[in-house]
Write a protein of this length. Structure first.
Length: 739
C-alpha cells in the first residue's frame, strides 16, 4: 500500500493504518520541513514554553530550527525573517553567557548560526539597523562583533543611511571612532541631536575620551567627573568601574563600594580614588585618570584580544590558552623535566577585550622597549620591557596555537597574545633587552657545534642556564602582573638626595642635593660651560582624604665661575604651602633633558597644627654648619644639610619649635639615638635636659654630637614632656653618620 503524507490527516485515517505503520508515518510527517507559513506559528507557540523551562517544548523547537539554521540558502534570510530565526535560536541557546565569560557547548551550537544569520543579513543590507542592534546587544562595545575596522565601516554605513541610530549602536560607533577612526567624527556625533539617546554618564565619559585626544586636559577632568555625578544605573556605573578594574582586585572594588549590587556611588569616590593614585605616583592632580584613559585608548588600538569578533560567535580559547606559539621557530630552550605550566600563560583569567600585553599596559603604561625576533614574526610573538618600582621587567608574549592530529601547530591569529614565562624568539635578535640571552645563544651555538648531526639532546649546561633565566622571567612576569602606577621613569638614576620637613602654619620644606657627576651640563638653557639645571617637582597631599593639596614644578639653575669637581653636590630648597596634617610628599628630581632622575615619596610628613591647645613639637630640621645652604625663617638663619649625612666629627644642628606649653611648668627634653637596624633594646645615646618655660611657644636650636655612636644609620627620637601633667610630644627623624 502506498501512503502520502498530509499535514492534517484525520484521526480516522490514522486508525485505519496499522499501529507500526502509523508511527512511521507520523515520524515521517514530523520530519518534513514546515512551510514558510507553518513554522512561524509553530515556533510562536513553543518559544514561550521554552523560556519557561519546558524541556519537551525545547526539543520540539530545536527540531523545527535545525533545518532552518543549516539550510543551504540561509544566506537569503534578511529583514524580519532573519530576526525571527535568530531570535528563536538565541532563546533555545539561553542562558546567554556575557561576552566576558566562557560559553557552554550548548550555547555555542545555537548561538553561532544565529549570529551568522544576522551578519549575513547585515552584509546583504548595510542599512539593517535592527540586525546590527541585535549583534550589539550580544557583544556590546568595547567587545566587537566583527573586526574593529569592519564594524566601524558597518556603523558608518548605518549612519550614512540616515534615521535615528539605536543608543547602543551610537555608543559603539563613537567608541570605534575614538579607537581607530576620527576623533573629530566622534566629537561631531556627541554633539548631534541623536546623542540625546545616550545615558548622560556615558555621554560625559565619551566626551572626556574625545577631549583627551584633542589634548584638552581641563575638559577631560570636568567631563569625567560630571559623568560620575550623573551615574544612575548599574550599566552606567560599569563604565566607570572599567577604568578602575584593571588596577584593583575584586575585593578592593567591593571595599570601594563599586560592586554592581550596591547603590551608585557619588563622584567624590572617584575623585578620591584617582587623587590617591596621583599622590602615590608623585604626579599633579588629574594626571592618573588622564593617563588611564590614554592607556585604554592605546591598548584597544594595539593590543585587542578578540581581533575578529569571535566573542559574538561564542568562540572559546579555553583549550589553547597554554599552548606554545610555534615549535618550528628558534625558541627559548625548553627543559622537558620542567613542568609545562612553567612555560605557559599565567595571567588568568583571559580578558576578552585586551590581551595580556594590553592588561599590563593598563597597569604599567606603554612599554619602554620592545623586541620582535627575526625567527618569530612580530605578529606572532614579541618581548616588552617596562620599568616598575621593583626595577626593569621584561615579559615575553605570543599568540595561542592549536596542535592538529598531524602534530602540526597552527597559530590562532584571530586572538591577541598571551604572557609567557620565558623570552620569545631567536635569542640573538632579542638580547638587546637582556644581555644574558646573548650569552645563552652562544652556549646553544657551541652546544650545536659539538653535537654530531644535531640529534643529541640539548646539553645540561644549556638547560641549566635557560632554567635560571626562566625562573627570573617568571618572577618578572609576576611582578608586572601585580605592580601598577604612573611613576615618572628615567633611563638612568640621578642619585639625588631628598629630604622633606613639615613646617607649622606654612607647609613643607623640601631640600635636594644633586651630584654633579650624574648631571649633564645644560648648555642649551644656560649657554655656559659650567651651567647646570635641574627640574624639581613636588606633590603634597592628604592620602587619607585622597586630596592633592599643592604641586610645585620648577627648574633650578646653578652657575659656577670656577671648575666644579665631580664629587660636588648642587643643593637647593623649596617651600610648598600646605595645611596641617600627616601629609604625603612626593619629589621627583631630574635633568631638564630627561636623561637622569630620582624619585622619592615620604608617606607621613608631619605639619604641626600649633593651635596652642595641646603640647606639640614641629618636625625637627637637621642641619650642618658650613654645608653652604641656609633657610631664613621666623627671624632665624637655619642651616640645612642637603646630603642628610654627617661625619662623626661634625655635630648635628637641630632646629624645631614647641607649641602648647604652659608658662611656669617644667618640661623635660630627651634626645635618643637608636640603631635603625634590627630590634635594639636600648638607645646608643641619650641626652636629657629640664627647663621651666615662660611662654607658650619657643624655638629650639642646639647641637648634637655623634662622636660616640660611630658610623651607621640612626633614628633620632626627640621627646618633650610636661612634668606637671605628664603630657608628651614625640618626633622622629633619620640621620646617617659617616667615618
Amino acid at each position: 500500500m502506498s501512503m502520502r503524507c498530509e499535514r492534517n490527516l484525520p484521526t480516522s485515517i490514522l486508525r485505519a493504518v496499522p499501529t507500526v505503520g502509523a508511527v512511521l508515518l507520523l515520524a515521517h510527517c514530523l520530519a518534513m520541513p514546515l512551510t514558510a507559513q507553518e513554522w512561524p506559528r509553530a515556533l510562536d507557540s513553543l518559544l514561550p514554553r521554552v523560556s519557561g523551562g519546558d524541556a519537551a517544548a525545547r526539543g520540539r523547537a530545536e527540531g523545527l530550527l535545525r533545518p532552518l539554521l543549516h539550510a543551504p540558502d540561509q544566506g537569503a534570510y534578511h529583514g524580519p525573517l532573519a530576526y525571527r530565526i535568530a531570535d528563536a535560536a538565541l532563546i533555545v541557546a539561553a542562558p546567554i553567557t556575557p561576552p566576558s565569560g566562557m560559553p557552554t557547548t550548548r550555547e555555542m551550537q545555537w548561538r553561532r548560526p544565529a549570529v551568522r544569520i544576522l551578519l549575513r543579513a547585515l552584509a546583504e543590507d548595510s542599512t539593517d539597523a535592527e540586525a546590527a542592534a541585535k549583534l550589539e546587544a550580544l557583544t556590546p562595545y568595547p567587545f566587537v562583533w566583527l573586526s574593529p575596522a569592519q564594524e566601524l565601516r558597518q556603523l558608518r554605513a548605518l549612519g550614512a543611511a540616515g534615521g535615528d541610530m539605536h543608543g547602543s549602536l551610537l555608543k559603539a560607533r563613537i567608541g570605534l571612532e575614538l579607537e581607530i577612526g576620527s576623533a573629530d567624527s566622534a566629537g561631531t556625533l556627541l554633539e548631534s541631536p541623536g546623542a540625546t539617546v545616550l545615558p548622560r554618564a556615558a555621554w560625559y565619559h565619551l566626551q572626556a575620551e574625545a577631549a583627551l585626544l584633542r589634548g584638552d586636559s581641563l575638559a577631560v577632568d570636568s567631563n569625567y567627573y560630571l559623568g560620575a555625578r550623573a551615574i544612575s544605573t548599574p550599566e552606567e556605573m560599569a563604565l566607570y568601574r572599567r577604568d578602575i578594574a584593571w588596577i584593583t582586585t575584586a575585593d578592593e572594588m567591593a571595599a570601594l563600594g563599586l560592586d554592581l549590587g550596591r547603590p551608585v556611588p557619588s563622584d567624590s569616590l572617584f575623585r578620591t580614588f584617582w587623587a590617591k593614585k596621583d599622590l602615590q605616583d608623585g604626579r599633579p592632580s588629574g594626571s592618573r585618570v588622564r593617563e588611564q584613559l590614554l592607556r585604554w585608548h592605546e591598548a584597544l588600538r594595539q593590543y585587542r584580544w578578540d581581533l575578529e569578533g569571535s566573542a559574538a560567535l561564542a568562540m572559546t580559547t579555553g583549550d589553547v590558552a597554554g599552548s606554545d606559539y610555534n615549535e618550528k621557530d628558534e625558541t627559548f630552550p625548553l627543559d622537558e623535566a620542567v613542568a609545562e605550566i612553567a612555560y605557559g600563560n599565567r595571567l588568568n583569567p583571559i580578558s576578552r577585550v585586551l590581551d595580556d600585553r594590553g592588561r599590563l599596559v593598563m597597569r604599567l603604561g606603554l612599554p619602554l622597549k620592545q623586541a620582535a625576533s627575526a625567527g618569530v614574526p612580530g605578529t606572532v610573538g614579541e618581548n616588552l620591557a617596562w620599568i616598575t618600582p621593583d626595577g626593569p621587567t621584561i615579559v615575553g608574549f605570543s599568540r595561542p596555537a592549536i596542535k592538529l592530529k598531524t602534530n602540526e601547530q597552527i597559530v590562532l591569529m584571530k586572538y591577541g597574545m598571551l604572557a609567557r614565562n620565558y623570552p620569545l624568539g631567536d635569542l640573538m635578535s632579542v638580547c638587546n633587552l637582556d644581555a644574558r640571552l646573548c650569552a645563552l645563544a652562544g652556549l646553544k651555538q657551541n652546544d650545536r657545534d659539538l653535537r654530531t648531526g644535531g640529534h643529541l639532546p640539548t646539553s645540561q649546561g644549556v638547560l641549566a642556564a635557560s632554567n635560571s633565566i626562566r625562573v627570573d622571567y617568571t618572577r618578572m612576569r609576576e611582578v608586572a602582573e601585580h605592580a601598577e602606577g604612573y611613576r615618572e621613569s628615567f633611563p638612568t638614576g640621578l642619585n639625588a638626595v631628598v629630604e622633606a620637613y613639615g613646617i607649622p602654619k606654612i607647609g613643607v620644606l623640601v631640600v635636594v642635593a644633586v651630584p654633579v657627576r650624574d648631571l649633564v651640563p645644560d648648555e642649551k638653557e644656560l649657554a655656559a660651560s659650567r651651567g647646570f639645571a635641574t627640574r624639581v617637582r613636588v606633590v603634597v597631599g592628604d592620602t587619607a582624604r585622597g586630596e592633592v593639596l599643592a604641586t610645585l614644578d620648577t627648574v633650578r639653575r646653578w652657575r659656577s665661575t670656577a671648575p666644579v669637581g665631580k664629587e660636588a653636590y648642587l643643593s637647593a630648597y623649596l617651600v610648598v604651602p600646605a595645611r596641617a596634617g600627616e601629609l604625603s610628599v612626593s619629589v621627583v628630581v631630574g635633568d631638564t633633558l630627561h636623561h637622569a632622575g630620582t624619585g622619592q615619596r615620604f608617606s607621613a610628613v608631619p605639619v604641626a597644627r600649633f593651635d596652642g591647645k595641646v603640647l606639640e613639637l614641629s618636625d625637627p630640621i637637621l642641619g650642618r654648619e658650613g654645608a653652604g645652604l641656609v633657610w631664613h625663617h621666623d627671624g632665624e638663619t637655619i642651616p640645612l644639610n642637603p646630603t642628610n649625612a654627617w661625619r662623626s666629627t661634625e655635630p648635628v644642628t637641630l632646629w624645631y619649635q614647641v607649641d602648647g606649653m604652659v608658662p611656669g611648668h617644667s618640661y623635660q627634653t630627651r634626645y635618643e639615638l637608636w640603631n635603625s637596624d634590627g630590634r635594639p633594646k636600648s638607645p646608643k645615646l641619650v641626652i636629657t635636659a629640664t627647663a621651666t618655660t615662660t611662654s607658650s611657644q619657643s624655638n629650639v636650636r642646639r647641637e648634637l654630637s655623634v662622636k660616640e655612636v660611630g658610623a651607621g644609620v640612626y633614628r633620632l627620637v626627640i621627646r618633650v614632656k610636661d612634668l606637671a601633667t605628664g603630657q608628651e610630644s614625640v618626633r622622629v627623624r633619620r640621620i646617617a653618620v659617616r667615618k
